[in-house]
Design a protein around this ligand. Structure first.
Ligand code: GLA
Length: 332
């Protein structure tokens, strides 16, 4: 019997920067997927307490995107990337709300990869799972979610440089609470304009060079106002990641909260991935005493807010989350 744990993630700051060779600051959280499996010849059979229909997949997998139910695409895509011929049978339990922007799909990919025996450096397994996500859904996602799930550390956020995949753990102040607050707007990435946003960043980079290296002054060279706004978000967001690291290291919780608010403004006005409902929710949370900052986390278009508060604040909803260790596998 093999037991696997793969956490979801919440991103403190650094949104839509990973596929621009930029900086991100996620933490693996104590919500995630547990999988218990035994060996099975040439099939994968999994049931989930979070899904009505089980997964039953014949190996080897050639076209995971056509598998049903929808969650079988992620499982099958990992099997396809691994070239798996020997399967598993078992069940999974999830404490992670699906379609919430807390990387339930990355956790499922990572759990499947470990259950099927993936080995090697963390970055390689993360890359395999990232390719699986793309193959399953066609969404050209970055590597943040899969890498955060694998590399998480208790009590620490992960500063990831998505150019060289260097990871620096950043200790979170003890008196800072992180709350995942659902917006009530569920979504799957493949039903969003994520790919269009990515394409716009690439078009901007064709004019001013990699956005990771660009300066705000370079924006004047971009005539198209939409591309200029997308690039402004990415350039300023990388700077916010650096500022957040400095604020956390200095224990400056007030500044950490302000950076979230600045990040949300940029996602709303420049990257246009928020909604009026979400903007109202952020404003109403900011009015609660003890709330230091709030913003949309993950790709946007719905999903979850990351809220920083004083310890012990009751927001009337949401889940307090802790920075957790990364994915593991244990063979009993
Ligand atoms: C999704 C993607 C990530 C990243 C975020 C936005 O979660 O999977 O790679 O691009 O959106 O920061």
């Amino acid at each position: 019997m093999v037991r696997v744990w793969a956490p979801g993630r919440i991103n403190l700051i650094g949104e839509h920067t990973d596929y621009n060779e930029g900086l991100v600051l996620p933490l693996a959280i104590d919500l995630g997927i547990t999988m218990e499996v035994g060996p099975l010849a040439d099939r994968i059979e999994l049931s989930s307490d979070a899904e009505e229909e089980p997964v039953s997949i014949q190996l080897p997998v050639e076209d995971p995107s056509s598998l049903r139910p929808a969650w079988a695409r992620y499982v099958g895509a990992v099997a396809a990337e691994l070239g798996a011929r020997e399967g598993v049978r078992g069940r999974l339990r999830s404490t992670l709300p699906a379609r919430s922007g807390l990387s339930s799909s990355a956790a499922l990919e990572v759990a499947t990869a470990l259950a099927l025996g993936a080995e090697g450096p963390t970055r390689e397994i993360a890359g395999l799972c990232q390719r699986a996500e793309r193959r399953a859904t066609g969404v050209p996602c970055g590597i943040m979610d899969q890498l955060a799930s694998l590399a998480g550390e208790a009590g620490r956020a992960l500063l990831i440089d998505c150019r060289d995949l260097g990871i620096t753990p950043i200790r979170l102040p003890d008196d800072l609470a992180v709350i995942a607050y659902p917006t009530g707007q569920e979504r799957s990435l493949d039903a969003t304009p994520y790919a269009e946003r990515r394409r716009q960043c690439e078009l901007a980079a064709e004019i001013i060079g990699p956005l990771r290296d660009a300066q705000l002054a370079d924006l004047a060279c971009i005539d198209d106002s939409t591309l200029r706004a997308r690039a402004r978000h990415v350039i300023s967001e990388n700077e916010r990641v650096r500022e957040m690291v400095a604020a956390l290291e200095a224990g400056d919780r007030r500044r950490a909260g302000e950076i979230l608010v600045e990040g949300h403004r940029s996602l709303r006005a420049d990257f246009e991935v928020s909604t009026p409902h979400i903007d109202d929710l952020v404003e109403s949370l900011l009015a609660i005493p003890g709330v230091l900052g709030a913003r949309l986390t993950g790709a946007g278009f719905g999903g979850t807010l990351v809220v920083l508060t004083d310890p012990g604040i009751d927001l009337g909803g949401g889940w307090p989350v802790r920075a957790s260790s990364g994915a593991w596998r244990s063979d009993a």
